[in-house]
Design a protein around this ligand. Structure first.
Ligand code: CO8
Length: 303
């Protein structure tokens, strides 16, 4: 089945993800010309909208999964396919990731994917989380997170996998790896990504306390690179992209790979063990109880 046909057939999406995960994300130049031509069309899948400006070589990816862009298995699968399609298109040099939901960039992993699910399903889910991180963190494209709302846990991870982060300067929004507040533990590659972003000591405190930072605090510790008024997040991302694309691709890509490869290799060589760890941890009664309490707390807070 061709990539395009598979994407238009949602039932095929899971199978395609496994196929894609087995091929490298550094495959530009090997895509048949006919496929590249097809990919130049804008594509809209139910949860991810991609607009590709061919003249600039920049794609804007909008997460549009109400209410909070939580990262479910379906969502992650669509996202990975969209990123892979852009990665394979030689003419796409930059990717901006943003949200179409008001107030939220992404609420992180979908808690319902970790609560009351079979070990098999949890394993499948975790593989998709790994895949999302691997695809964006190792991308050859310039990646910019246009963070136009709150971005806890997996949402923060997704932002940190990008090359540059611009956040809306709204004190009601927050960002951080708050896993311990749910009674769960951020895995080593979440931790490594944060260490690479803000340094060891700040990460240690942030992880132990499950800290969520306001935009100004996040800027201070370097978790985001720039704050702008809410209505300027996307335009600033577009302007910043122009600066990054002025650097020759090969030099920038090799530099990026030099900085990130050791962290990426650590997960790629431990993927199966990491999945096993996740499944045995998340299916424990005590952890399920913590998740239940957190879900109740979310509901009460709403009330
Ligand atoms: N997953 C599933 N549902 C969610 C999530 C989520 N992450 N976040 C919110 N929701 C649901 C709410 O329960 C609510 O549902 P309903 O309408 O049925 O009551 C709905 O989305 C809307 O939520 P809110 O009313 O809270 O929306 P607000 O706009 O007021 O707030 C926030 C948005 C700030 C995003 C808020 O919802 C929030 O703080 N959510 C929780 C975020 C969170 O803590 N995420 C952590 C997920 S864990 C993770 O990403 C990494 C796990 C690593 C695992 C490692 C294990 C080894």
């Amino acid at each position: 089945m061709s990539l395009r046909a598979a994407v238009s057939n949602k039932r095929c999406v899971s199978g395609l993800l496994s196929q894609l995960s087995s091929c490298s994300s550094h495959v530009r130049g090997r895509v048949p010309a006919v496929l590249v031509t097809q990919q130049r069309n804008n594509s809209t899948s139910p949860k991810i909208k991609v607009e590709f400006d061919q003249s600039r070589g920049v794609a804007i990816m909008q997460m549009q999964s109400p209410p909070v862009n939580s990262l479910s298995l379906d969502f992650l699968t669509e996202l990975c396919i969209s990123v892979e399609k852009l990665e394979m298109d030689k003419s796409c040099r930059g990717l901006i990731i943003t949200s179409s939901q008001p107030k939220v960039f992404s609420a992180g992993l979908d808690i319902m994917e970790m609560y009351g699910k079979s070990p098999e399903r949890c394993g499948e889910f975790w593989k998709a989380v790994q895949e999302m991180w691997l695809k964006i963190y190792s991308s050859n494209m310039v990646t910019i997170a246009a963070i136009n709302g709150s971005s806890p846990a997996g949402g923060c991870l997704m932002s940190m996998t990008c090359d540059y982060r611009i956040m809306a300067d709204n004190p009601r929004y927050s960002i951080g790896l708050n896993e311990t507040q749910l009674g769960i533990v951020a895995p080593f590659w979440f931790k490594d990504t944060m260490v690479n972003t803000v340094g060891h000591r700040t990460t240690e405190m942030a992880l132990e306390l499950g800290l969520l930072y306001s935009p100004s605090e996040a800027l201070k510790i370097g978790l985001v690179d720039q704050l702008v008024p809410e209505d300027q997040v996307l335009t600033t991302a577009t302007q910043t992209m122009t600066k990054w694309l002025a650097i020759p691709d090969h030099a920038r890509q090799i530099s990026k790979s030099m900085m990130r490869k050791p962290t990426i290799d650590k997960l790629t060589s431990n993927r199966e063990a990491d999945i096993k760890n996740f499944v045995s941890f998340i299916t424990k009664d005590s952890i399920q109880k913590s998740l239940h309490m957190y879900l109740e707390m979310l509901k009460k807070r709403k009330g």
